[in-house]
Design a protein around this ligand. Structure first.
Ligand code: COA
Length: 211
């Protein structure tokens, strides 16, 4: 590894499809409970993806979870130590940034199934989609079944318990919308007064940051 960026790889024994120009650190670990299948891949990585050190990918067998799989779009960057579960299906669209030590969870254990040891209860699954160009800040957690809209930002250390709309900036535990980015589009569908207030807040925020 030169200058802190992993070497380019063209194949990996545990990843069925890798695009061109992908960089995967040697310490990336993969736990797959499903068979390697080129025709029906469990892990598919598009062009220019970077997986930094100690990233962990997990996928299930499709007989346990029919949507199991991890699909990374073009130029997705996953920073050190992040945990990406694709057991319930994980779709990360193009140009998404995943900060260090992020946890994306698509599986869990049934809490109310009856057995007093959680270990003996069934697994539960819920897919996660991260929209194009989103940014997940360091150490945040995305719970199973939640989607992050395109261009959205999740603050460092936040826990996402609800879907995040496109271009929203969310933060905290549970994560709440603190504003929308710039002049952004989803506001047009809202009450015009709310739109005006959000645009003013956004403009004031930008001006105070510049001074
Ligand atoms: C979410 C983030 C982008 C927001 O930045 P910003 O728009 O400049 O926001 P501000 O610093 O003006 O904060 C706005 C409000 O949100 C709160 N807030 C910001 N980030 C927060 C976070 N991660 N968790 C909880 N609250 C947060 C602030 O306390 C502030 O609250 P207030 O209005 O009650 O005072 C930024 O705080 C962040 O978390 N960035 C991630 C950095 C990172 O992970 N880097 C790793 C590199 S990949």
């Amino acid at each position: 590894m030169a200058d802190g960026v992993p070497e380019i790889v063209i194949e990996h024994p545990l990843i069925e499809q890798i695009g061109t120009g992908c960089r995967i650190a040697e310490s990336v670990s993969i736990w797959r409970r499903g068979p390697f299948n080129i025709k029906d891949p469990l892990i598919k990585i598009s062009d220019g993806v970077i997986l930094f050190e100690h990233v962990r990918l997990v996928v299930s067998n499709k007989t346990e979870s029919q949507f199991s799989g991890i699909f990374l779009g073009n130029r997705v960057i996953v920073n050190v130590g992040s945990f990406l579960s694709g057991e319930g299906g994980l779709y990360i669209e193009d140009d998404t940034l995943i900060g260090p030590h992020v946890r994306i969870l698509t599986a869990g254990h049934s809490v109310e199934m009856g057995h007093e040891s959680i270990l003996h209860n069934d697994l539960t699954y819920g897919s996660v989609r991260i929209g194009q160009g989103a940014w997940l800040g360091a150490g945040c957690t995305i719970l199973q079944g939640r989607n992050i809209g395109r261009g959205a930002v999740v603050g460092a250390g936040s826990v996402v318990t609800e879907n995040v709309p496109p271009f929203a900036v969310v933060a905290g535990n549970p994560a709440k919308i603190i504003r929308f980015r710039g002049e952004n589009k989803p506001l047009a569908r809202k009450n015009p007064i709310v739109v005006l207030i959000q645009q003013l807040r956004s403009r004031i925020h930008q001006m105070t940051r510049q001074n």
